[in-house]
Design a protein around this ligand. Structure first.
Ligand code: CO
Length: 174
C-alpha cells in the first residue's frame, strides 16, 4: 500500500481518452490499486481521483464523499468503472478544484442532477442517480476519463485569468 504521486496539469495523460477496463483482467490487482487510490486521495484531501491522475490509462475513478450531511460524517468510497451518463438535468455554476491543478478554484457549470451507469468495485453493473456534491464529483471524474479538465468548462472570459493563476501556481507543485 502506498500513496501515489498525483499527475499535474501539463502531463499528456490528463488529456487522453482512457481505455475501457476489462474487469476480469483487472480484478486481481483491483483491491490493492483502490487502496492506493484511496490513501492518495485522503492524503491530499480530495473528493475524487481518476486513474490517469496516478498515471494509469483506464476508465476508473474513485470518489470519497461524506455518507451524510452531518458534520464529521464518515466517508463513503464509490468506485466507478467504465461509467456512462444516462441522464443529466439542470444547471448550477459553482467553484471547483482538482488535485492535478492544486490551488486553482474556478466557477464552472455542471448539471444539478445526473444518472450514471457503471461497474462498481465488485464488477456489478449499477445505476445511480445523484444530486449535489456527488453529482458534481461524477461529472468531474467522468471528464477526467475523457481527457477533459474542469477548466475546459470555464467561461472563456476567465481563461486569461486562469492562465495567469496557473503560471503562478505551477512552481508550487511537486
Ligand atoms: Co480532478
Amino acid at each position: 500500500m502506498a500513496i501515489r504521486k498525483v499527475v499535474k496539469y501539463g502531463d499528456p495523460i490528463l488529456r487522453k481518452k482512457l481505455k475501457p477496463v476489462n474487469f476480469e483482467e483487472l480484478a486481481p490487482q483491483l483491491p490493492a490499486l483502490l487502496q492506493d487510490m484511496e490513501e492518495t486521495c485522503l492524503a491530499v484531501h480530495g473528493v475524487g481521483l481518476a486513474a490517469n491522475q496516478i498515471g494509469l490509462d483506464m476508465r476508473l475513478a474513485l470518489i470519497l464523499i461524506p455518507e451524510s450531511d452531518k458534520k464529521d460524517a464518515p466517508l463513503k468510497r464509490i468506485v466507478i468503472i467504465n461509467p456512462e451518463f444516462i441522464e443529466k438535468t439542470g444547471e448550477i455554476i459553482e467553484e471547483e478544484g482538482c488535485l492535478s491543478l492544486p490551488g486553482l478554484w474556478v466557477e464552472v457549470p455542471r448539471a444539478t442532477e445526473v444518472t450514471i451507469q457503471f461497474l462498481n468495485e465488485h464488477g456489478e453493473k449499477v445505476k445511480v442517480r445523484a444530486r449535489g456534491l456527488l453529482a458534481k464529483a461524477f461529472q468531474h471524474e467522468m471528464d477526467h476519463l475523457d481527457g477533459h479538465l474542469f477548466i475546459d468548462h470555464a467561461n472563456p472570459a476567465l481563461k486569461p485569468a486562469i492562465k495567469k493563476e496557473l503560471k503562478k501556481l505551477r512552481p508550487t507543485w511537486n
